[in-house]
Structures are given as C-alpha cells and as structure tokens.
Ligand binder design. Structure first.
Ligand code: ROI
Length: 167
C-alpha cells in the first residue's frame, strides 16, 4: 500500500457537491481508502481572472493502485462528473490531480509526480499541509517554505456542513 495525496478543484456548477461526490467515489475505488480529508478552501483563480472562485481540497489516501492506475481511475471520475474544460487555465467542473505518490518521483509524458506546480500554489499547499505529516517533498524541498512563499495568494477556509461529514 502506498500513501498518496490527491488535489481536488472545481469552479463550475455546484462545486461543493461535485467535490463531495468525487471524494465518496475515490473512497469507493477498489484499492483506495481515504485516510484524511482536508477542509474545503475557497480561492481566487490562478490564471484568467474572469472566472469564478475555486473550491479546493486535498485527500490523503492509502492505495494498492500503481500511480498510473490511480491516474486512469481519477480521469474516469473527472469524465463521470461531466468534466468541462473551456480554455487553458480556465474554469473547470472537476480537477483531480495526483500530488504525491509515496516518495516516488515520476516523470512521464502524461504523469509527473510530485505535481509540477504543487510548490507554487497556495490552493494546493494549504490543504496539503493541513493533513500531511510529511513536511518535505521527495527532492527535500520544505512544504512550509513553499507555502510561505505563496502568502500573496489569498485563500480562505470555506465552511459548508455538507463537507464536514466524515468521508
Ligand atoms: N486556481 C485556483 N484557485 N484553484 C484551482 O484549483 C485552480 N486550478 C487550475 C487553474 C486554472 C490553474 N487555477 C486554479 O487548474
């Protein structure tokens, strides 16, 4: 079994409901079990500003799937949620990214782990630091230092009773 972290994001439709459904579906994947779920966060878009705010969260899972099997499963769930991607760095229904997969560094055309932009984005680092005991990335970078460097990206906790239910 491998510890992995999944970043979730949405800014189209009922984003909170989409994230809740995705979280439940991930927990029900064969070979996947949610260990911890971060709080829900709301932030202004990184990228074009003429799109709605995003809702984000991070999940810690324990999985027997390989990284590429996990990627395939997450892409399937994105499709099931009717994923719409209108433009580059634009609004999206559901985004599920593998952030970390154990201590592995993977560099393939369709899969890069750690996620290549993990260290630059508060909407990933804040929820990740909330639930991760891991303080360094496989290359030794400190997650806390990275998070401090993103202090100019406003992000806030978003309270929604639907999210608080234990996964
Ligand atoms: N911006 C925020 N705040 N949250 C996201 O999940 C997000 N996802 C993206 C881009 C378009 C880069 N911007 C985002 O893919």
């Amino acid at each position: 079994m491998t510890d992995a972290f999944i970043g979730m994001g949405s800014n189209l439709g009922d984003s909170v409901a989409l994230l809740i459904d995705a979280r439940a579906a991930i927990d029900q994947l064969a070979g996947c079990r949610i260990v911890a779920s971060s709080s829900l966060y709301r932030s202004a878009p990184i990228g074009p500003q003429d799109q709605p705010d995003y809702f984000n969260a991070v999940l810690h899972i324990d999985t027997s799937l390989s990284a590429s099997e996990l990627l395939t499963a997450l892409q399937y769930l994105e499709q099931q949620a009717g994923r719409v991607r209108i433009r580059h760095w634009g609004e999206r229904t559901l985004d599920l990214d593998i952030l970390l997969y154990g201590e592995q560094i993977i560099s393939q055309a369709n899969l890069q782990i750690p996620h290549p932009r993990l260290t630059e984005r508060a909407f990933v680092l804040k929820p990740l630091l909330e639930i991760s005991r891991q303080t360094t990335l496989p290359d030794g970078q400190s997650l806390t230092t990275c998070c401090t460097a993103t202090a100019d990206q406003p992000i806030c906790l978003h309270h929604d009773s639907r999210w608080s239910i234990t996964p």
